[in-house]
Design a binder for this molecule. Sequence first.
Ligand code: ZN
Length: 164
Amino acid sequence: METSTYRIMHLDILFCFLVLAVLSSSCVDQVKFGPLCGGNPDNMKRGCDTKYGCGHYGASRGSKKHMGLDIVCSDGAYLYAPFDVRIIGRAKPYGNNNAIDDGITLMGEGLCFKLFYVMPDQLSGTRFKYEKIGRLLPMQKVYPGITSHVHVQMCDKSDPTKYF
Ligand code: ZN
């Protein structure tokens, strides 16, 4: 895995160099999320569940649309800072106080984003990349059979997919 990561990085650098050479334009590295959830080091995205829909941005939720991106995460798994972050505060997805109605707002790398279905360790301060920030709440209690996941939503509700 380390070798392939290195190869991908190498290709990125090569690509940037080519773009620079051809277009003489700037080639800014895209911010990427580091591992969010213990047990899912590659930030594998949630696909589709027969009962509950799909995990991609813009997926149908009845008359509404899914305004975030779901990353696979087991109930009770630890969540980690995807890069150095400042903890802004609590972010409740529903406001109905059910078993998964909790989350956290974070800022880092110039991005403001929310993680839903998370019991936060703390609601202020900073965390370095890879440091624990909380645990996934018991999603199976609320949505039996769903692919348990953490929901990533940008504060401006834009599409977070390019960061993964
Ligand atoms: Zn979601």
